[in-house]
Design a protein around this ligand. Structure first.
Ligand code: GRF
Length: 210
């Protein structure tokens, strides 16, 4: 099977990028990372990509008059590198509907909650405030509406007594590092026709909420 060339868009430390880079080292993994783009020059993930020998690019949103110019630069870089898929991994810019439309069903995102619960920012704080006993993460396709595209895979973790935002975030992040490579792998196989369309490709991690 031909491996799909993916770009990963980041803004920060890049721990999900690292999980994807590790997965892509497997000979049988159906994607490879051909480019990492960050909108911030100080994103730690850039160093991880460089260490893995993956080309990197900083496209600073502040250098553009508007989103259209910023996204045009991203689009041009993606096309030039021959990328077929985009993985958002802690990319802290909202993509406009017109950009999303140019990549139909080709943009994946990982969000730190069990969508549709807790869209947007501060998901761990919101989960603690709501008193849920299960929290987690979701890999979904990006659509015009924020954090609302079709869900590809989810993993759940328990919310434990004494949790604060940091402890809960760390537990969710560990699940993210398993989930994102799994979801990307299954999605690439689905695109290649190896997984029947509509087959469940998420794997629930059921937790004892205590
Ligand atoms: C993750 O929690 C991800 O779910 C969210 O942003 C965070 C990025 O972390 N979208 P990292 O840069 O991958 O370590």
């Amino acid at each position: 099977m031909e491996r799909l060339k993916a770009a990963v868009l980041i803004s920060g430390r890049g721990s999900n990028l690292e999980a994807l880079l590790t997965a892509c080292r497997r000979d049988d993994f159906p994607a490879r990372i051909g480019l990492v783009i960050s909108n911030r020059a100080d994103a730690g993930g850039l160093r991880l990509a460089e260490a893995a020998g993956v080309p990197t690019l900083v496209i600073d949103h502040g250098a553009y008059l508007d989103r259209t110019g910023f996204e045009a630069a991203i689009g041009a870089a993606l096309h030039e590198a021959g990328c077929q898929l985009i993985c958002l991994a802690g990319f802290m810019r909202i993509l406009t509907p017109s950009f999303v439309r140019t990549w139909p069903e080709r943009i994946l995102n990982i969000h730190p909650s069990l969508l549709p619960a807790f869209r947007g920012m501060h998901t761990h704080r919101a989960a603690l405030a709501a008193g849920v006993r299960l929290h987690g993460c979701t890999v979904h396709l990006v659509s015009a509406e924020l954090d609302a595209g079709p869900i590809l895979a989810q993993a759940a973790v328990p919310v434990l007594a004494g949790d604060d935002e940091d402890r809960l975030a760390a537990r969710v992040l560990e699940a993210e590092h398993t989930l994102y490579p799994l979801a990307l792998e299954n999605y690439c196989r689905r695109l290649a026709g190896q997984v029947p369309s509509g087959a469940a490709d998420g794997r629930a991690v059921l937790a004892n909420a205590g």
